[in-house]
Design a protein around this ligand. Sequence first.
Ligand code: TGC
Ligand code: FAD
Length: 396
Amino acid sequence: MNRSGKKDLYESPDYFLLDELLSDEHKLIRSTARDWVKNALSPIIEDYAQRAEFPKQLIAGLAELGAFGPTIPEAYGGAGLDYISYGILMQEIERGDSGVRSTASVQGSLVMYPIFAYGSEEQKQKYLPRLASGEIMGCFGLTEPDHGSNPGGMTSNIKDMGDHYLLNGAKMWISNAPFAEIAVVWAKDEQGKIRGMIVERGMEGFSTPETHNKWSLRASATGELVFDNVKIPKKNILPGVSGLKGPLGCLNQARYGIAWGALGAAMDCYDTALRYAKERVQFGKPIGGFPLQQKKLAEIITEISKAQLLVWRLGVLKNEGRANAEQISMCKRNSVEIALNIARNARQMLGGMGITGEFSIMRHMMNLESVVTYEGTHDIHLLITGMDVTGINAFK
Ligand code: TGC
Ligand code: FAD
């Protein structure tokens, strides 16, 4: 039941019988996640979004689903799943709310992944199992007030003090920052090389002020990370990487999840609009009988079907270790673009009811305005494709 006592009746569209491509394990993961969204997330999410509060009580359930580090090996507390399973999880969760999917993306792809891929064995043992179980939450600090699309220009910096580093600078727009126990932070060393490090809440000089007044991702907490001469023990530096490829490698993981996830929001908008179009009567017949509404629904299901096939193929390539960053960019950009357009059209199909919290569409639409901006803006992903096909770099 949602806040107005309505049952979550979601059924996922599958026009091209993609279910036939799923293994029994994939289907089990999907039905478990779908039930959880219907029973734990749907009934509360609208209230939390209206109040602009993150529903912390969902953390345990997300961990139980394996949404924190789905592809991280079980030896480190991860779920040890393949990339199709990871995609399915993100899709089901974002079907409920992009902000809740954000929390899972950040924890799994932007906090656990860098520790797994670039961390020391000691760091992996210390942090990964507790992050996977949701006992501690993390955030990822790359964006700065003056460096968003161009993170290579960052000015946050570390100075070698012998047995530790001193970290100074600030990060902005950081998901999960207000409540995270640890932050994976990227800053330049004295040679100008970008290094990754684990900053812990409670370290002197480290604060995480919350960002208020958002009209988007209202059920996700966003904040700043402020570093004022924070002492970082050398054992907290991620030893396995230096340079911008470190954080960008994490973004590949998260962008992959968003490519699947944003489609979940689109599928929910379609399902809601289709049901409404069959039930809402005007001029003596259901509005779904009018050609203009049928055009909207037909175009929506066409775009969803194309995008489902695209992310499926991306998942297969990812499982085979053959998906490249440019393919991931294309899929992230495409899924979010169609999801936003679908949300806008589906919202209109509900008339005045579409602007209320009785239905999920307007919340999805507002959330997607962040999703189209974070993890690389719509423009940046287009330029990545442009650079790939022409061989000419438009950024420099
Ligand atoms: P450029 O000179 O092209 O590359 C620098 C080095 O990085 C390597 N590289 C990558 N490595 C792995 N994956 C990728 N996707 C990579 N792209 C580039 C590259 O090979 C090079 O390596 P090396 O060894 O030669 O040093 O870098 P650039 O400064 O020109 O920038 C390129 C650009 C604009 C594409 C990139 O910086 C970019 O993607 N900008 C967008 C920034 C962004 O996406 N920020 C996201 C912040 S986190 C976030 O939003 C979380 S939202 C919360 C949630 O998910 O819910
Ligand atoms: P800018 O880079 O200033 O871009 C402004 C406009 O200029 C955009 O339209 C952009 O496309 C355009 N533009 C920029 N460069 C070019 C170019 N070369 N050619 C053409 N157009 C260009 N960051 C983190 O590090 N961690 C997080 O957890 C995180 N969570 C976020 C949560 C939310 C809700 C939001 C909104 C953002 C989050 N971000 C996070 C930051 C996000 O990644 C940045 O907002 C994003 O990368 C864009 O940076 P910017 O906002 O500074 O925009």
